[in-house]
Design a protein around this ligand. Structure first.
Ligand SMILES: [Zn+2]
Length: 125
């Protein structure tokens, strides 16, 4: 029964997002070769319990396309997010302090705000 906030991130979730952020950092800082190997070179490296295996390839491709443009502001967001993982603040919306959903963090591991707050911020311009 989750009638309040989205679930807090488990240690395992944090590991996953930390890994994703590490890849993003590598990619954004220009180390595309390493990322490519990690994303596409080890396809046999699925977790035994990988249920979402069929979405992984699409995820990385999308990930790549979106981030191929080396964006320094995104890089600094990613570095900040890695820091938040270390300090335990990761996954919490900076505006409303609710947990950011895991689905959102999978798409945007460096998200600072939950989707609602992000939309509001964008609407404000
Ligand atoms: Zn929020």
């Amino acid at each position: 029964m989750t009638n309040k906030k989205p679930a807090k991130l488990s240690a395992k979730d944090l590991e996953e997002f930390k890994g994703n952020l590490g890849k993003m950092r590598a990619m954004l800082s220009g180390d595309l070769t390493q990322l490519h190997e990690e994303a596409f070179g080890q396809n046999g490296n699925h977790d035994a319990e990988s249920k979402a295996g069929d979405t992984a390839d699409g995820y990385y491709q999308e990930f790549n396309l979106r981030l191929m443009e080396r964006d320094e502001s995104t890089l600094s967001e990613v570095l900040d997010a890695l820091e938040r993982i270390e300090t335990g603040a990761y996954g919490q919306c900076e505006a409303c302090e609710n947990a950011i959903s895991k689905d959102r963090l999978r798409v945007m591991p460096h998200a600072r705000m939950c989707i609602d707050c992000q939309r509001q911020a964008e609407r404000r311009g």
